[in-house]
Design a protein around this ligand. Structure first.
Ligand code: HEC
Ligand code: HEC
Ligand code: HEC
Length: 426
């Protein structure tokens, strides 16, 4: 798909120039509102999510208030790791157990192969450490690297295990002792799927629009029924929109967009909540089944049209700049930025445990989607929330302005790519 993308972008750049020429030829006022439609009615006062926001029942209950989120800065500052007062005396057996403990931030196995005892499904974002005792590192170096890799490599994607209190000083010493036992004996993988060097890359070639393949396609059918169902105000969507197939044929490809009445970027799902409140009187909060189904339907109507979000207005430019800046922010106890996992010069195109990390570009053309591993429909906001909680950062409510900025920045990268929703992913 990436190869095709280049030419599509060239085409859309050409169109943008043509658009500019048109804009220059007409007075400013009509250029801003070419179709002279009234803005869609929106309820503007309440949140679009249930308040207070409560994390999904089957997600981690932990609270990471002491660490950065996409909204607030709270992580402890970097300080130099403690100086050792002699050679490390640690328990390599204990260290081995800790290195494989999945409850400790996915632990070392998420990114490293660690010699013959390596447990199931290691990742490969970091180097294979099976020969580590031969790397010529002294104890303080190894200790420092694990305690806080920024002490050696400020660009490291490895979490600061000591500074951020995932492991104690003594536990880190035990892991140093374990790493020093790795003398070159390799892990023998009984199955090529287990070895991150030979594990086949995931290929998503299921037909996402086949209802027998993709359960989220049922959302389209459910939404068509909802469309004609009168809400508390006695009106249904159909009362005002008789032919959604025509009227909203490309609407979703221009979303998300900056909404001046809310002073933030609004996505499809938040629009559904606010517009339904203002018209039919339904209160379909974000992440509820009705909201998701309607979001799927409105995306599905636009299938085959290329994304074309606003990247030109002053507000859109500012939002994209904010979102792009947030891609770099280190968040959570595990201290990851989006780019640590999703940029090609860091974690992208590698395995983090059993998951293959994609690049940020071209990731939004298939939302909302069916997640086969969870049997759930996810919109883009839930995915962003997951990418926060996965690094032990408190997520924000789904209608958070920060997610709006990020969604617009992501979608801008997908301008020119055709929408195909609902998607299907592992
Ligand atoms: C998110 C991926 C990730 C995780 C999880 C991770 N590492 Fe790393 N590690 C790396 C990367 C990438 C490097 C290569 C250098 C760099 O970028 O900092 C590295 C390098 C290292 C090194 C330094 C090698 C040298 O140059 O001397 C050690 C030691 C190490 N890791 C140990 C650990 C231990 C112990 C754990 C678990 C507590 C762990 N790593 C977890 C990604 C990770
Ligand atoms: C009382 C009339 C009314 C009802 C009921 C109504 N809408 Fe609308 N809708 C409007 C108006 C007015 C607009 C703005 C301009 C236009 O498209 O005519 C609009 C616009 C839209 C748009 C385009 C938004 C944009 O940015 O221009 C979508 C999508 C939409 N409605 C979906 C729905 C859905 C889904 C429902 C049912 C929950 C619904 N509408 C119910 C009146 C209504
Ligand atoms: C610790 C690593 C990690 C971090 C940090 C992370 N993600 Fe992810 N992300 C993943 C994994 C794993 C997946 C699922 C595999 C994939 O598609 O890349 C994923 C998937 C996604 C997807 C959906 C891809 C698809 O095709 O469905 C998007 C969009 C995304 N991430 C955006 C972000 C953004 C934006 C941030 C920063 C706020 C972020 N991620 C931070 C690991 C991470």
């Amino acid at each position: 798909m990436n190869r095709v993308q280049g030419s599509r972008i060239a085409v859309s750049a050409g169109l943008a120039l043509a658009g500019l020429a048109v804009m220059l030829a007409v007075p400013v006022a009509s250029a801003a509102a070419p179709t002279k439609k009234k803005p869609a009615p929106l309820e503007l006062k309440q949140a679009a999510h249930a308040e207070p926001w409560v994390r999904y029942a089957d997600w981690s209950k932990a609270n990471w208030n002491d660490y950065n989120t996409l909204r607030q800065l709270a992580s402890p500052p970097y300080v130099e790791p403690p100086k050792l007062d002699g050679p490390i005396v640690g328990d390599p057996k204990k260290g081995e157990k800790l290195a494989y403990d999945r409850r400790r931030g996915g632990s070392c196995l998420a990114c490293h192969v660690l010699g013959p005892t390596t447990q199931s499904m290691p990742g490969a974002v970091g180097p294979d450490l099976s020969t580590y005792s031969q790397w010529g590192r002294d104890d303080q170096w190894i200790f420092n690297y694990i305690y806080d890799p920024r002490s050696v490599n400020p660009e490291s994607v490895m979490p600061p295990w000591g500074t951020h209190k995932v492991f104690t000083v003594d536990e880190i010493k035990d892991m140093v002792a374990f790493l020093k036992t790795l003398n070159g004996e390799p892990k023998i993988f009984s199955n090529p799927l287990e070895n991150p060097a030979t594990r086949p890359l995931p290929v998503e070639d299921r037909d996402n629009l086949d209802p027998f393949v993709n359960n989220a396609m049922e959302g389209v059918e459910r939404a068509k029924v909802l469309w004609g169902k009168a809400g508390p105000k006695g009106k249904s969507c159909a009362s005002c929109h008789k032919a959604p197939e025509k009227e909203f044929k490309a609407w979703a490809t221009a979303m998300p967009k900056y909404e001046p009445r809310l002073k933030k970027v609004m996505g499809v799902q938040e629009f559904v909540t606010r517009h339904a409140r203002a018209t039919t009187g339904d209160n379909w909060l974000m992440q509820t089944p009705e909201n998701m189904d309607m979001g799927i339907y409105l995306h599905h109507l636009a299938n085959g049209s290329a994304f074309n979000v606003d990247t030109k207005s002053k507000e859109a430019k500012a939002a994209i700049a904010r979102g792009t800046k947030l891609f770099e922010r280190k968040i959570g106890q595990l201290n990851f930025a989006c780019l640590d996992c999703h940029s090609a010069d860091k974690g992208a195109n590698k395995w983090i445990r059993g998951q293959y990390l994609g690049e940020l570009k071209g990731q939004v053309d298939h939302f909302p989607l069916w997640r086969t591993s969870r049997s759930e429909i996810w919109d883009i906001r839930k995915r962003l929330q997951w990418c926060n909680v996965a690094v032990r950062a408190n997520e924000l409510p789904p209608d958070a302005p920060e997610y709006g900025d990020i969604e617009l920045a992501l979608t801008a990268m997908s301008n020119g790519i055709k929408l195909s929703a609902p998607g299907i992913r592992h």
